[in-house]
Design a protein around this ligand. Structure first.
Ligand SMILES: NC(=O)c1ccc[n+]([C@@H]2O[C@H](COP(=O)([O-])OP(=O)(O)OC[C@H]3O[C@@H](n4cnc5c(N)ncnc54)[C@H](O)[C@@H]3O)[C@@H](O)[C@H]2O)c1
Length: 655
């Protein structure tokens, strides 16, 4: 497959064209008027340039852009294409029309795909002489950023079409989630509709307020946004249309009167300046106070969505893993929904559903057979060793946020919250501590490597902890735990190597600084940005940077909070080796292998002796953690954190 035709140059079409060109395909884009093609060309050029500035495209901008052609002639657009994707407006007759044209002119070997969000693939396929050629490829908006694609098998889609569709999506660097049957809303929209419908029912029945629902979802379940906040962001008219489309196609859900009312008032969300919340230049984001988080139980808010996900597995529509991937990548959940349900307990989910059904009277709240079966088999989740997933007593299953893999004498510890760029939370602190204890005792391990899953080493401590408003005493306790962890790594009787790619900031940098060596990929970005929040590093940064780079450089890094490149960090003595992108893993392996051949007892002794040669650290660390906790109670820190979450520049007043 070498060439792609995209029909419809709008929101989705231009993005799909762009990622196809970046992946090396020759692309032809078509639309009904030249002005739509011109607008798409402008948007694509702007976006590819932005990606290039961030180092996210490997080729020169011109080379990528030269692969995209625009035409008003559909016949010419599809003639040479190996993949044809229609991204025209969500109208059954229009799409059927477009597809029947495509079938006339496209090569017989080409696969045909539709990006529809709500129309049945099976019904669209009847426009084609050969119905087996159509597959659903549901990209998410914006395709350049969202890495998920739901691949949908229509009733007549052939296996070879499905396979070719998946291969294409993977070549674009996107993650495939397979939807085995053509059901309304596929996976993500169905689950989102259940969450939204449940949230609306809580408010309609006056069981909770809008902010109480959102605060619970945000600060207790850890979702990136509350349901109403997300609805405002998506657009209430868009959401209502999705609910209506799903309901018309037989999904058991009624469009919510709360949503209908808002749409009638034209309060359509962020784009209209008002929806469930009000928006202005001064307050561009919804204000969801953390103090409201405990007024409603987040398990009650999410159990109907868990029920829906369980039903999808029960009916053979998707797998547990794919559903979890879909909510993480499509909705930004911190973890999979079913994985979360296993942590809360399947019994807690079922009890919640049963009581909700009594109060709210909805059939879709009755626990599905799969959940009842799990209960009957005593598969209650993590606590019983089995739920949706299996958990053994094996080490690796003890930890959720950290992974451990032993390759001969080298143990690889992975920070495993990739959806949060491995931001460290309380759980990760505890689990890292436990992993270090395990490794200390494991005589077969001679060298430890700490690395990050996904796009980064670690973006820092998870700021959502501070948003909930802990007391200075709680903050003090937390930073002391973090400092103890770093001390443990520093004094572990084996060498520890940090393997750094992507962001290595704040607490992540402090974790790396407590390792014996830091090896980094050239594009890695390091720094201590706490000052921008009205804070200072609290997990040893002030002490360890000073030791490694000297006080002048420490002042520069900590006072300005600037981010530095791997090469700058190397020049400052903060990084011990820089590898070209793509070569880090190999470099770290060779480095760790060489260390593992040295005598372990001598290495341990050398580490202890070298550490002892430096001035005592504990007094400095005490001072640092006290200062950090004190600063946390200042107005400046509150302003810094609010400004960070609202993506604006903070105004510090010195109080
Ligand atoms: N916008 C989203 O968030 C989103 C997300 C996932 C899927 N989708 C789906 O993607 C599809 C496109 O949505 P969109 O948001 O990009 O719509 P859009 O309105 O932004 O773009 C559609 C484009 O198709 C063009 N068009 C109309 N008739 C055409 C024809 N006969 N031939 C070629 N082009 C034609 C229109 O002029 C327009 O430029 C829809 O099926 C939608 O459900 C949208």
């Amino acid at each position: 497959m070498k060439s792609v035709a995209v029909l419809g140059a709008g929101t989705m079409g231009h993005g799909i064209a762009e990622i196809s060109a970046i992946a090396g395909y020759q692309v032809v884009v078509t639309d009904v008027e030249q002005r739509f093609l011109d607008a798409a060309s402008e948007r694509i050029t702007w976006s590819v340039k932005k990606l290039a500035e961030k180092g996210q495209v490997k080729e020169p901008v011109d080379v990528v852009l030269s692969r995209i052609r625009f035409t008003l002639n559909t016949q010419e657009a599809v003639r040479e294409a190996d993949v044809v994707i229609e991204a025209t407006p969500e109208d059954l007759d229009l799409k059927r029309n477009v597809l029947s044209q495509v079938a006339k002119y496209a090569k017989s070997s080409a696969i045909l795909a539709t990006n529809t969000s709500s129309l049945p693939i099976t019904e669209l396929a009847t426009a084609l002489p050969d119905k087996s050629r159509l597959v659903g490829l549901h990209f998410f908006n914006p395709p350049v950023i969202m890495s998920l694609v739901e691949v949908i098998r229509g009733a007549d889609t052939s296996q070879s079409t499905l396979d070719a569709g998946m291969t294409f999506v993977r070549k674009l660097g996107k993650r495939v989630v397979l939807v085995h049957k053509d059901i309304p809303g596929f996976i993500v929209n169905r689950i989102m509709a259940r969450i939204m419908a449940t949230a609306c029912l809580f408010v309609q029945l006056q069981l909770a307020s809008i902010v109480q629902v959102d605060a619970s979802l945000k600060y207790r379940a850890g979702l990136p946004m509350g349901a109403f906040e997300l609805a405002d962001y998506v657009g209430l008219d868009v959401l209502l249309n999705v609910e209506r489309a799903l309901s018309e196609r037989g999904f058991d859900i009624e469009p919510s009167p709360l949503l209908e009312q808002k749409v009638k008032e034209r309060s359509l969300g962020v784009k209209a300046g008002a929806g469930f919340y009000r928006y202005s230049a001064a307050e561009p984001k919804a204000r969801v106070p953390a103090e409201e988080a405990d007024k409603v139980n987040f398990v009650d808010l999410l159990s109907p969505a868990v029920n829906e996900a369980a039903r999808l597995v029960q009916d053979g529509i998707s797998s547990e893993r794919d559903i979890d991937t879909a909510v993480v990548l499509g909705l930004g959940f911190p973890r999979g929904l079913l994985e979360m349900a296993d942590s809360w307990g399947i019994d807690a989910v079922v009890t919640s559903l049963k009581s909700l059904q009594v109060v709210m009277g909805k059939d879709w709240m009755a626990p599905c057979k799969y959940l009842e079966d799990l209960m009957a088999q005593g598969r209650l989740g993590r606590k019983s060793g089995r739920g949706f997933y299996e958990y053994s007593s094996h080490d690796n299953d003890r930890w959720e946020t950290v992974g451990l893999e032993k390759r001969g004498p080298v143990a690889y510890v992975s920070l495993n919250r990739p959806e949060r760029l491995n931001a460290i939370n309380e759980k990760m602190l505890g689990e890292l501590d436990s992993v270090m204890t395990t490794l200390e005792r494991d005589g077969s391990v001679r060298v430890v490597v700490i690395r990050g899953e996904g796009k980064a080493f670690c973006s820092g401590f998870d700021l959502s902890y501070f948003m909930v408003g802990p007391s200075p005493h709680e903050v003090m306790d937390l930073v002391s735990r973090f400092q103890r962890l770093n001390r443990k790594i520093e004094s572990l009787a084996k060498p520890v190597v940090a393997s750094i790619h992507g962001y290595c900031l704040g607490g992540g940098f402090e974790l790396a600084l407590s390792c014996d060596f830091r090896l980094a990929e050239r594009s890695a970005i390091l720094g201590q940005p706490e000052i921008n929040l009205g804070l200072i590093p609290g997990a040893g940064g002030t002490q360890r940077i000073t030791r490694l780079a000297g006080p002048a450089k420490a002042r520069k890094l900590v006072f300005f909070g600037d981010r530095i490149s791997a090469s700058d960090a190397e020049r400052m003595g903060l990084v011990d080796g820089v590898y070209d992108d793509g070569k880090l893993e190999e470099g770290v392996q060779a480095f760790a292998a060489a260390l593992s051949e040295r005598p372990p007892l001598a290495l341990a002794a050398a580490k202890r002796a070298i550490n002892a040669s430096m001035f005592p650290m504990d007094a400095g660390l005490d001072l640092e953690s006290t200062a950090f906790s004190m600063l946390f109670s200042t107005e400046d820190a509150r302003e810094g954190l609010s400004a960070f979450s609202e993506k604006r520049k903070p105004k510090f007043i010195g109080k």
